[in-house]
Design a protein around this ligand. Structure first.
Ligand code: GLP
Length: 261
C-alpha cells in the first residue's frame, strides 16, 4: 500500500515534500528529480528554494525531467510548461538549465520527441524522486482516463474536463491546446520514489479512486497502487472520502523514526 499522510495545510504538505526532494540530493548530489506543473507543486518548489539557500545545498549536478508539455503553443508562451519550469524550478531554485528537460511540444519534432525523451531519461539513470499532482479526472502527467498503464512518452488528446480545468490559466478555453505530450504511466512508474500531492475537496474523488479504488486505466492515478514506494500527501479536504483515513493517520502517528519517508 502507498503511504498516505494527511496533514492540515497545503503549507505542511509541500514542506514535507520539499524535504523529501532535498534529502535525495543530500544522499546523491547528481539526483534526478521528476518535475510536475499545475498549481499543486508551486509551493513545494518555493520551499525547496528556501531549504537549498538556507542549508547551502549544492544542486549544481541535479537533473530534472518534466512530466509533460502542451503541443503547439508558440515558443515563450507564458502558460507553456517550459515557461512554468523555467520560472518555478530553474530560476527560483537555481538548477542548471542545461540539466533540466521537457518533452518537446514543437510540431516539427512530434514524430520522434516521445522516444527521444525516453532515451534522455534512461541516459540520466532514471528518475530518483517524482512529484505528481492529480487531475480532477484522475490523470497523472497528462495521461487521461483510458491511458495504457504501460504507456511511454507520447502525444495525447486532452479531455474537455482537463481543458476546462486548465482554462483558468488562459484567457478562454479556446486557447487551451487540444493535444499534449506526456510521460506515459509506465514511464512515471519507473521513478524510484513517487510523491503525490493533492489539496481541496475537488480532488477528493480522484484521491479515493487512486488510493482505494480498482487499479484501472479509467483512473490513471490508480496505477500508483502497483508501485513499491509511493508517498501520498494530502490535506483533510482531499482525504475526506478515504474509507481508511483514520487508519492512515494512526499509522503515520505511530511511524517509527528509523523508517524515514
Ligand atoms: C495538469 C498537469 C498535471 C497536474 C494536473 C492538476 O493539467 N498536466 O501534471 O497534476 O493537471 O493540476 P493542478 O495542480 O493545477 O490542480
Amino acid at each position: 500500500m502507498a503511504e498516505v499522510i494527511i496533514v492540515h495545510s497545503k503549507n505542511d504538505a509541500t514542506k514535507l515534500a520539499a524535504n523529501i526532494f532535498v534529502d535525495v540530493v543530500r544522499q546523491k548530489p547528481n539526483a534526478v528529480w521528476g518535475l510536475a506543473t499545475g498549481s499543486t507543486p508551486v509551493m513545494m518548489y518555493k520551499h525547496i528554494a528556501n531549504i537549498v539557500a538556507n542549508d547551502k545545498i549544492d544542486i549544481s549536478q541535479v537533473q530534472g525531467f518534466a512530466l509533460d508539455e502542451y503541443v503547439g503553443l508558440p515558443k515563450g508562451h507564458p502558460e507553456s510548461y517550459t515557461n512554468f519550469i523555467s520560472k518555478n524550478v530553474i530560476k527560483q531554485i537555481g538548477l542548471n538549465p542545461r540539466k533540466v528537460h521537457l518533452p518537446s511540444g514543437d510540431m516539427k519534432y512530434l514524430a520522434t520527441s516521445g522516444d527521444d525523451y525516453e532515451v534522455k531519461i534512461k541516459a540520466a539513470g532514471g528518475v530518483d524522486v517524482q512529484i505528481l499532482g492529480v487531475g480532477t479526472d484522475g490523470h497523472i502527467g497528462f495521461n487521461e482516463p483510458g491511458s495504457s498503464l504501460a504507456s511511454r512518452t507520447r502525444i495525447k488528446t486532452l479531455t474537455e474536463q482537463t481543458r476546462e480545468d486548465n482554462s483558468r490559466f488562459f484567457n478562454s478555453i479556446d486557447e487551451v491546446p487540444i493535444h499534449c505530450i506526456t510521460q506515459g504511466i509506465g514511464t512515471i512508474m519507473d521513478a524510484r520514489h513517487i510523491v503525490l500531492l493533492a489539496f481541496g475537496e475537488n480532488k477528493s474523488d480522484a484521491i479515493v479512486k487512486a488510493v482505494e479504488g480498482s487499479v484501472t486505466a479509467a483512473s490513471p492515478a490508480s496505477a500508483i497502487q502497483l508501485h513499491p514506494h509511493v508517498t501520498i500527501i494530502v490535506d483533510d479536504a482531499a482525504a475526506s472520502k478515504l474509507r481508511y483515513r483514520s487508519y492512515y493517520k494512526w499509522a503515520y502517528l505511530n511511524k517509527p523514526k528509523w523508517q524515514g519517508i
